[in-house]
Design a protein around this ligand. Structure first.
Ligand code: HEM
Length: 471
């Protein structure tokens, strides 16, 4: 058996770092054409073996824990941000339990309360934000949507105390902690660079804040009322061996949810708005859907109503097909692996790389793949006949044959999908009630993607025109 073909490069160590880093999809498709679905390239001195299309996705994402390992790759970067004993700073079995806590905390009761809180937050935001003064204007979508995303997530999932701190101290801490998410930190996270020092200070301050929230709640100084936030839920969770979740782990899990959710949701809602601005007729179709399903007078909606707004869901779904915020998923190879159906063997010195965004852009799976068309999902579904599995955090679809996996698959699959949909659909539904949007000059162009950060996002500035309805 042979190792997979190696992508040609002029310089050792640097390898294909620059071409991959500038546009990973262009790089993947060019090499897929040359070498097929399995090939190796050099990224900052590491040998990365890419496995593409549905078989490649399944091979990596549903791999066994004894064969593949995520924490060895991710923890150097995430460890100092999330903290001790959570996510990748603990054995996989413990992460599975932590994911179960989170998933089981997102009950329908919790989601129902979040819809109400997020709606209010969007209404307050468009009233007070300087970008929305007057009857019409323009706004820089990525910046404004990042702000709105963090307010809505903190008010709902993170709880009232965190939301109230966001207007002052917490926003700066979040910014500093986020410096730790620089891709450079896969290699340099321990290095005493100024941004890493700021990260560590911000982490310590945040742990203190969450611990204080927990202390006050346990002491009865803050009453629960009907609050459904994740902190209350984690305070009640216990591991299988009977230990409750210690305070520093509650803090770590909450920080992880904040970071994972913020970047992915902010990027996605930004692309939703930017895509809609290229097709304003879909915005009107969305409003018509709301009137048809909820009533002409557009009453406040509930989580159950959201599930009936199918075009709203399809807009998010189609946006995630072309703009999944995570373009590369990595795993360390723990023992030599044969790629099923090929002659290739992958040695333990390699890192595996999966990119479900590639199958999502292949015309074999999605005709005219580069066209953003929410209606392509009118009669398309990959989930119904999918095998179901349980990796320890509840039953999920295996996704073994699906070309559409923006939330990943297998034991590391996202547990925030439901929350993300609730958040994104609520923001979308509320936003288009307030505004019409379109590109300046009615252009149908879409801005390029910024691939330099860990989560991809639209290049800023990306400006859209808004006009208040009924103006
Ligand atoms: C894992 C995507 C929102 C929490 C993942 C993974 C993907 C993903 C692709 C798998 C990573 C891997 O296999 O290495 C997304 C997208 C989102 C989103 C596209 C929004 C549009 C969220 C939100 C939260 C969240 C809102 C928190 C509330 C997590 C967690 C994991 C995860 C805890 C598990 C990590 C692991 O097991 O290794 N997400 N995510 N995500 N996500 Fe999300």
């Amino acid at each position: 058996r042979n190792e997979p073909p190696m992508v040609f490069h002029w310089f050792p160590w640097i390898g294909s770092t620059v071409t991959y880093g500038m546009d990973p999809y262009k790089f993947f498709f060019a090499n897929k054409k040359k070498h097929g679905d399995v090939f190796t390239f050099v990224l900052l001195g590491r040998k990365m073996t890419v496995c593409l299309d549905t078989k490649g996705n399944n091979f990596i994402l549903n791999g066994k824990v004894k064969d593949l390992n995520a924490e060895e790759i991710y923890n150097p970067l995430t460890g100092p941000v999330f903290g001790r004993d959570v996510v990748y700073d603990c054995p996989n079995a413990k992460l599975m339990e932590q994911k179960k806590f989170v998933k089981f905390g997102l009950t329908s009761e919790a989601l129902r309360s979040y819809v109400e809180l997020i709606t209010h937050e969007v209404q307050d935001f468009v009233k007070r934000h300087k970008a929305f003064k007057g009857q019409k204007g323009t706004f820089n979508v990525p910046n404004v949507m990042a702000e709105l995303t963090i307010y809505t997530a903190s008010r709902s999932l993170q709880g009232e105390e965190v939301r109230n701190m966001f207007d002052s101290r917490f926003a700066a801490l979040f910014h500093d902690l986020d410096l730790g998410f620089s891709p450079l930190n896969f290699q340099l996270s321990w290095f005493p660079l100024p941004h890493n020092r700021k990260r560590d200070n911000a982490h310590n301050a945040m742990v203190q804040i969450y611990s204080e929230i927990v202390r006050k709640r346990r002491a009865g100084e803050v009453k629960r009322g009907n609050s459904q936030d994740m902190v209350w839920h984690l305070m009640e969770c216990t591991y299988k061996d009977g230990t409750p979740v210690p305070d520093h782990e509650i803090a770590g899990i909450m920080i992880a949810l904040l970071m994972a959710g913020q970047h992915s949701s902010a990027s996605t809602i930004s692309w939703v708005i930017l895509r809609l601005a290229t097709k304003p007729e879909i915005v009107e179709e969305l409003l018509a859907e709301q009137k048809r399903v909820l009533g002409e007078d557009l009453p406040p909606f509930t989580n159950e109503d959201l599930t009936k707004l199918s075009l709203h869901a399809q807009v998010v779904k189609e946006t995630l097909r072309l703009h999944s915020p995570i373009h590369s998923i990595m795993r360390k190879v723990k023992q030599p692996l044969v790629v099923e159906g090929t002659n290739y063997i992958i040695p333990t010195s390699h890192t595996l790389m999966s990119s479900p965004g590639v199958s999502a852009r292949m015309d074999e799976h999605f005709p005219n793949p580069s066209v953003w068309d929410p209606h392509r999902w009118d009669a398309l579904n990959f989930e119904d006949d999918d095998e179901k599995v349980d990796y320890g955090f509840g039953i999920i679809s295996k996704g073994g044959k699906s070309p559409y996996l923006p939330f990943g698959a297998g034991r590391h699959r996202c547990v925030g999908e439901q929350f993300a949909y609730v958040q994104l659909q609520t923001i979308l539904a509320e936003f288009i009630r307030e505004f019409k949007i379109r590109n300046p000059g009615g252009s149908t162009d879409i801005v390029d993607t910024d691939y330099t950060s860990l989560f991809t996002k639209p290049l800023s500035p990306a400006v859209v025109e808004w006009e208040r309805r009924g103006a």
